[in-house]
Design a protein around this ligand. Structure first.
Ligand SMILES: Cc1cc2nc3c(=O)[nH]c(=O)nc-3n(C[C@H](O)[C@H](O)[C@H](O)COP(=O)(O)OP(=O)(O)OC[C@H]3O[C@@H](n4cnc5c(N)ncnc54)[C@H](O)[C@@H]3O)c2cc1C
Length: 389
């Protein structure tokens, strides 16, 4: 991948910049952080604005409703939207960043036509029903079961840590369809409508005060068999695709945001005197190098994925996504710990910028697979070390 803008890229960047300058002032005020219905409306509204302007799904394949653009365009989009202070993907995280890409890669033509355009148009929100109380890191030991009854699967069990479940229309759901098969072989990936009878969503409150995620209880919920992505009992393979997107590319936009925060921290430190501390300056410098390296790693991951797909969007990121996820989640924590150092006593004031971000940064080494699990993957699948358990 060429890291410089081509003349066409530069023109695209300038046009996007111009459009953002005009579109952002027309946005409604940001909703309060804990009002999820309002946040859903806000995030979907922004997605619709992007769609109408031709900026939704830039790097999604054409037959998935996207624009089939090269990955460089998407990275430019991320850089420019962040530079301009555009809204974050928010409630659309799962749909846009890993359920949608999974359906684009693994779904049938009918499934792509049904689910992908509403994600891009900002009409439907997805959540992820993978984790269970006794199956987080050891995801393949999940116990929510599904059995076939005519044209439906009937699903019973429970899920936990389901982000945005309260406001979601669809759930990418993992179920056990063969209890006798080895644990990785009896799993199926389903798209479950969240308004189906038998679903109970109970919100969970986090350290930062937000009810961002929930427990989801499933009592004989009927999911049409046509909503199965991939074959019955082949869900582990499909899940690997989902996790590749979740770890490899879903957090990419946030790296750009972290680089912006870093600049703000340096400015704040200069104005409040903390800049005189050479140890703090060294930390900021090291973080700057770390986030630059992460951006390069991103460019490499994305271009590798695209090369494997033959270009034109839709490539599945490889196992290098675990390196990215591991480094990114730690760098993010360190960034906000440094923010607390810059803020001094004000780091306890929840109304100050960065304080809630610091609390939520703790979750990044757990969400989407813990750091220990990423290290296991790097050790076994990249470095070729023997399994140590
Ligand atoms: C903010 C946030 C949002 C989330 N959103 C969702 C969501 O939308 N949908 C969803 O399905 N899930 C979601 N999760 C759940 C997340 O995927 C799990 O929390 C994660 O996979 C870890 O599982 P666990 O919590 O059960 O921990 P456990 O699996 O119980 O792990 C406990 C500890 O043991 C370590 N450990 C476990 N096994 C091994 C091993 N083999 N080798 C080394 N160490 C090991 C872990 O690394 C961890 O430190 C979310 C989590 C967070 C924090």
């Amino acid at each position: 991948m060429d890291l410089q803008d081509t003349p066409e890229d530069a023109e695209f960047r300038a046009r996007l910049r111009d459009w953002l300058d005009k579109a952002l002032p027309t946005l409604p005020p940001k909703p309060p952080p804990d009002d999820w219905p309002a946040r859903r409306a806000y995030d979907l509204g922004w997605q619709r604005t992007l769609y109408d302007a031709g900026y939704a799904g830039l790097h999604w394949p054409l037959d998935a409703g996207g624009r089939g653009a090269a990955p460089t365009r998407h990275l430019i989009f991320l850089e420019e939207t962040e530079r301009a202070g555009a809204p974050y993907v928010g409630a659309n995280f799962v749909g846009l960043l890993h359920a949608g890409p999974t359906i684009a890669a693994e779904g049938t033509a009918a499934q792509r036509a049904r689910w992908l355009p509403p994600i891009l148009r900002g009409e439907e929100v997805w959540c992820q029903g993978f984790s269970e109380p006794d199956a987080g890191s050891d995801l393949a030991s999940l116990r929510t079961r599904a059995w076939r009854d005519g044209d439906d699967y009937v699903v019973s069990g429970s899920k936990i840590w389901t982000s945005h479940a309260e406001v979601a229309d669809w759930c990418e759901l993992l179920v056990r369809t063969d209890a006798d098969a080895p644990k990785h072989r009896g799993i199926t990936w389903l798209a479950m409508p969240m308004d189906a009878p038998g679903i109970t969503v109970r919100p969970l409150r986090t350290l930062a005060g937000s009810a961002e995620f929930a427990e989801v209880f499933l009592d004989e919920v009927r999911v049409p068999a046509a909503h199965r992505v991939g074959d019955e009992n082949d869900g582990w393979r499909v899940t690997m695709v989902t996790l590749s997107f979740e770890r490899g590319t879903a957090f990419v936009g946030e790296v750009v945001a972290c680089r912006r925060v870093l600049g703000e921290l340096a400015r704040e430190a200069r104005s409040n005197g903390r800049w005189d501390d050479p140890a703090l300056r060294r930390r900021l410098g090291r973080l700057n190098a770390e986030f630059r390296a992460l951006w390069r790693l991103t460019q490499w991951n994305v271009s590798e994925a695209e090369a494997s797909a033959g270009g034109g969007g839709g490539g599945v990121p490889g196992v290098g996504g675990s390196v990215f996820k591991l480094r990114y989640s730690h760098a993010r924590q360190e960034l906000y710990d440094t923010a607390a150092d810059v803020l001094g006593d004000q780091a306890l004031d929840l109304d100050r910028p960065w304080v809630l971000d610091r609390l939520s940064s703790l979750s990044y080494t757990i969400a989407a697979g813990t750091s220990q699990i990423q290290r296991n993957i790097v050790a076994e699948r990249i470095l070729g070390l023997p399994k140590g358990r």
